[in-house]
Design a binder for this molecule. Sequence first.
Ligand code: GDP
Length: 197
Amino acid sequence: MKIKEAVFVMSNADAEKCPEPKIPEYAFIGRSNVGKSSLINAITGQKKLAKTSSTPGKTQLINHFIINEEWYLCDLPGYGYAQVSKTEREKFMRMIRKYIASRENLMNTFVLVDIRHEPQQNDLDFMAWMGEKQLAFSIVFTKADKLGQGKASKNIAIYKRQLKKQWEECPPMFISSSETRQGVNDILDYIEDINGY
Ligand code: GDP
């Protein structure tokens, strides 16, 4: 899919006020600093559409962008902030889960994990929840340019082994880099396929 246009629609703290679910939507989520904003910018071909972590005052909002006037890209807030209390983190996760579970036009959630790290409990918990609720998700291994091919394959194999403890089948997986644009077209083609263009 070619991105002809990517336009910011709105930021919301309140899931109820998000744009009407009239067109297909694809969400991106992951721990803070996983490279989510950079990937969204790479996907949309815009340098500053999603605000990267270095932006001061970055808040925990649900951001919607409309792509090619055809689908929504939803930038969900990063989770796992060490600076926030456990109670706040739990409240925050409840809000996100409620959004994902009730958003009727949500076709797929891309869960981003840093390819350099071993499986993290909060990512696994989140995926387990998605699985239990039968919500479609895929895993995107980010920052692939930071590892050699051998180490990257090894880390992905570790991840798959971990997931197979719980499920027979792994979800679709993508390997991405916002630096080299590796995987960007794969993600777009996947979205295009689901949308049925
Ligand atoms: P977010 O908090 O998940 O939105 O993460 P950001 O997109 O702000 O990225 C966090 C940091 O990782 C920034 O310093 C980015 O420049 C860096 N980063 C993000 N994606 C990549 C990538 O694919 N390759 C490399 N080398 N660095 C990346």
